[in-house]
Write a protein that binds this ligand. Structure first.
Ligand code: C2E
Ligand code: MG
Ligand code: MG
Ligand code: MG
Length: 282
């Protein structure tokens, strides 16, 4: 005890804290630089209709090609952006970039499907979010049908009134809303009745073993039945095998995305894919 009281009893300078702060400042500068230097990029993963195997959407997924650290996963840096209050900045960039990309593809004579944009909880709950979306759509000359927003169910547990108001505004603009990672949050199911939502996205965690594990199968079936009863669309994420897809088809899941069809692709690859798709459909 005497020892620990010694040098440390009046700690004005905590080296651990200081290094944490400087790391954070460095990270914040990195993010701002990344936006300016174009190190952030959107990849797109096709979303397909189960029965027809037709392309119905493209999910925009953030990628950060860091000059020193290489490719950083959004699962790592999105939570840090949220914590540092930088998610609004990046979130707006994501939505704007998706809208611009949609327009570029249209200008190239392609017919891109709707782009699904992930929205973080912090971003969604900030007052004025719906207005920001409206402004970006109008600045980028994008129709509301060009994008879909993905939010997670935990968001809905937060501030019910704010959520409902925001969702209503977004719906009035004509946007579709998907509940991402459905089944992994803790919120009550009664919100499904009250919130104007279009699609449930069944989390990859349940899809991974839906055709081999009885519990996961039961959860998927329950979600599909719930969605049917409530008139919601369903999309399974992370489909990797024919067995999983067969199970989902049999149980009436309408849409899917996953490595079985395609990994998230960079812009050029999506463009080739869209051109090919047009040729096939004609
Ligand atoms: P998410 O929205 O649930 O996205 C699905 C994740 O599953 C993506 O990971 C995707 O690459 C991955 N995935 C798709 N199909 C398969 C598959 O068949 N097998 C496996 N193992 N994985 C598959 P990713 O791109 O690393 O993104 C991770 C999470 O980061 C996203 O989960 C989302 O929560 C967040 N995120 C990504 N982009 C954005 C963004 O622009 N804004 C916000 N707020 N969050 C984002
Ligand atoms: Mg998503
Ligand atoms: Mg998801
Ligand atoms: Mg997920």
């Amino acid at each position: 005890r005497a020892k620990s009281n010694g040098r440390g009893h009046c700690q004005l300078f905590d080296p651990a804290l200081a290094s944490e702060i400087s790391e954070r400042l460095e990270f914040e500068n990195d993010v701002r630089d990344a936006l300016e230097r174009g190190e952030l990029e959107l990849f797109y993963q096709p979303q397909m209709e189960v029965d027809s195997d037709r392309l119905v959407g493209l999910e925009a997924l953030l990628r950060w090609q860091h000059p020193d650290k290489g490719m950083i996963s959004p699962a790592v840096f999105v939570p840090i952006l949220e914590e540092l209050g930088l998610i609004d900045l990046v979130g707006e960039w994501v939505l704007r970039t998706a809208c611009q990309q949609h327009r570029v593809w249209r200008n190239h004579g392609l017919r891109p499907p709707r782009i699904a944009v992930n929205v973080s909880g912090r971003q969604f709950l900030r007052p004025g979010f719906a207005e920001t979306v409206e402004r970006i759509l109008s600045e980028e000359l994008a129709a509301a049908t060009a994008v879909e927003l993905e939010i997670t169910e935990t968001v809905l547990a937060h501030d019910t009134d704010v959520c409902i108001a925001t969702l209503r505004r977004l719906k009035r603009l004509g946007l579709e809303i998907a509940l991402d990672d459905f089944g992994t949050g803790y919120s009550s199911m009664s919100y499904l009745k009250r919130f104007p939502i279009d699609t449930l996205k069944i989390d990859r965690a349940f899809v991974a073993e839906c055709d081999s594990n009885a519990e996961d199968a039961a959860i998927c079936i329950a979600i599909l039945s719930l969605a049917r009863g409530l008139g919601l669309k369903t999309l399974a994420e992370g489909v990797e095998t024919p067995g999983q897809l067969a199970f989902l088809r049999q149980e009436g899941c309408q849409f899917y995305q996953g490595f079985i069809f395609s990994r998230p692709m960079p812009v050029q690859e999506v463009e080739r894919f869209l051109a090919e798709d047009e040729r096939v459909l004609r």
